[in-house]
Design a protein around this ligand. Structure first.
Ligand SMILES: [Zn+2]
Length: 298
C-alpha cells in the first residue's frame, strides 16, 4: 500500500511542478520578431536588411503614442478610430505575454490623474538617464527635434501640418484623453513625461521598447518617450510599422498618396533611427492596413 501512496504523492507533485513550470515558461517564452532596417552598403546606398530577434517579454515595454479620442484633422481622427481596435487586440496579446504597456496620451494625462496607472508612473523611483533628457518644449510636452548629425530631412513636407482632407481642417485643441477603444489594464502605466517613462523602465529592468501610435513624422519621433529620445538614451527601440500613421497631405512634396508618404517616413526611421517590425509578429495574425490603403491596391 505504501508504494502506490508514494507514487500518488510523486504524481501530484510532478503535476503541480509541471503546471508551475509550464506557466513560468509561457511568461518567459521569447517573442520572435523579424526586424527590418536599412543599412548603408559599401556603395553608399541603403539596402534593406532583415534580422531575427528574440526578446524576453519581461524585459520589453510597448509604448502607445497619442492615440487620442479626437483630432483637429477629420481624416487623421478617422484613421485613429480604424487603427484603435486592431491595436487594442495587439496590446492584449503583448500584455498576455508579459510585456509592460505604457499609454502616452500626450498633453492630456491629467484626465487620468486619479487612476492607479497614472499614479504608478508618478511613483516610480528616479532613475538617472545616460544623458540629459530633452528640455525643449513643444505641443504640451518636452520635444526632441530632428538631429541633423544623424538624419536627413524628412521625406515628406509636413509644413502645412499634413491635413489630407478635401476641405482643410482648422487646427484646434481637439483631444481630451486616449481613445476608449484601447483598454488600460490594471498593471499598465500612463505618462507623457520622459523622466517618468525612464523611471518605469529602469524599475523593471526593461531594455527593449516597442513603439506604436501616431503620428510618425511628428510625435512618434519627437515626443520625450518616443524614438529619438529612446535611441539617445540607449534603449533597444523598434517601431511597429503597420500600427502608425502620418500627418501628410499629398498636395505637398513628394506629391504621393497619404499612405505612400507614411511608407517613406517608415523608410526614414529604418535608415536613421531604428528597425521596424509588423504587429503580426505579436498577434500571429495578419498585419494591419488601413481600408483606404487596401482599396487603393498599394
Ligand atoms: Zn483634415
Amino acid at each position: 500500500m505504501k508504494a502506490p501512496f508514494a507514487l500518488r504523492i510523486c504524481t501530484t507533485a510532478f503535476l503541480l511542478l509541471s503546471a508551475t513550470f509550464g506557466m513560468a515558461q509561457s511568461k518567459e517564452t521569447p517573442m520572435k520578431l523579424t526586424l527590418r532596417a536599412q543599412e548603408r552598403a559599401g556603395d553608399g546606398k541603403f539596402k534593406t536588411v532583415e534580422k531575427k530577434a528574440e526578446w524576453a517579454p519581461r524585459e520589453t515595454a510597448l509604448i502607445i503614442v497619442d492615440m487620442w479620442d479626437a483630432h483637429w484633422c477629420k481624416s487623421a481622427a478617422a484613421r485613429v478610430v480604424e487603427l484603435a481596435g486592431p491595436m487594442n487586440e495587439m496590446i492584449k496579446k503583448a500584455r498576455g505575454k508579459g510585456v509592460f504597456i505604457i499609454h502616452v496620451p500626450s498633453s492630456v494625462v491629467d484626465f487620468y490623474k486619479d487612476t492607479p496607472q497614472r499614479k504608478r508612473a508618478l511613483a516610480a523611483p528616479f532613475a538617472r538617464t545616460k544623458s540629459q533628457l530633452s528640455t525643449a518644449d513643444r505641443w504640451g510636452t518636452k520635444w526632441v527635434w530632428p538631429d541633423s548629425s544623424r538624419e536627413g530631412d524628412l521625406p515628406i513636407d509636413d509644413s502645412d501640418m499634413g491635413c489630407d482632407c478635401a476641405v482643410k481642417c482648422t487646427i484646434r485643441e481637439a483631444w481630451t484623453r486616449q481613445i476608449s477603444t484601447i483598454e488600460i489594464a490594471e498593471q499598465d502605466a500612463i505618462t507623457d513625461n520622459g523622466q517618468e517613462a525612464f523611471n518605469l523602465l529602469a524599475e523593471r529592468g526593461i531594455k527593449n521598447v516597442m513603439i506604436a501610435g501616431v503620428h510618425l513624422n511628428m510625435c512618434v519621433l519627437g515626443r520625450p518617450v518616443a524614438i529619438r529620445q529612446m535611441v539617445q538614451q540607449g534603449k533597444n527601440i523598434v517601431l511597429i510599422r503597420d500600427m502608425t500613421d502620418t500627418m501628410y497631405n499629398p498636395e505637398k512634396k513628394p506629391f504621393m498618396s497619404h499612405f505612400k508618404g507614411t511608407e517613406l517616413v517608415v523608410d526614414h526611421v529604418e535608415k536613421y533611427w531604428c528597425p521596424t517590425f509588423l504587429s503580426s509578429d505579436i498577434t500571429g495574425g495578419k498585419a494591419f492596413a488601413f481600408s483606404q490603403n487596401r482599396s487603393s491596391g498599394k
